[in-house]
Design a binder for this molecule. Structure first.
Ligand SMILES: [Fe+2]
Ligand SMILES: [Fe+2]
Length: 152
């Protein structure tokens, strides 16, 4: 259990990481269903809704991580992690830009299965990058604040 008084932002971080995981999984499942069962208008629409939800949540989540002091405090607690924190910040920009690009293209073809046939594989690659980002970030935060990895 996290010490809320010592680490006021960590509980929010944990909650947001769990929510991101749920939204990521929902999009993965929508992509998997479309790829394995065939892209219909309904499946394309479902995948579009999942992509939009994940993009909007990731934008808020990354902003919280960069503005609530979590990453700065991690460096203060463990100065050797500065380079890794810089890489995570840079990845925020990269991941958001990619999500925005896919979202913009999906809006144009919101209900058209052709879009998803073309881009589902690329979106799945981006989701792998996002999951890897969150995993490395959780390990870094757990190490910096000396909490159990499962708590982050
Ligand atoms: Fe992050
Ligand atoms: Fe995160």
């Amino acid at each position: 259990m996290l010490n809320e008084a010592l680490y006021p932002f960590l509980n929010d971080l944990v909650r947001e990481h769990r929510q991101m995981h749920c939204f990521t999984q929902a999009l993965r499942e929508a992509l998997h269903t479309g790829n394995s069962c065939g892209w219909t208008v309904g499946r394309a629409s479902e995948a579009g809704a999942c992509l939009r939800r994940l993009r909007d949540y990731a934008r808020e989540h990354f902003q919280h991580e960069e503005e609530d002091g979590c990453l700065e405090d991690a460096i203060a607690m463990m100065p050797t992690c500065g380079t890794s924190v810089d890489a995570l910040r840079h990845e925020h920009e990269e991941i958001l830009a990619a999500l925005d690009r896919f979202q913009a293209a999906a809006v144009l073809d919101d209900n058209r299965p052709d879009y998803w046939k073309l881009f589902a594989g690329q979106i799945e690659e981006l989701l792998k990058q996002l999951v890897d980002h969150e995993r490395r970030e959780s390990r870094l935060i757990a190490g910096a604040f000396n909490v159990a990895p499962d708590d982050v």
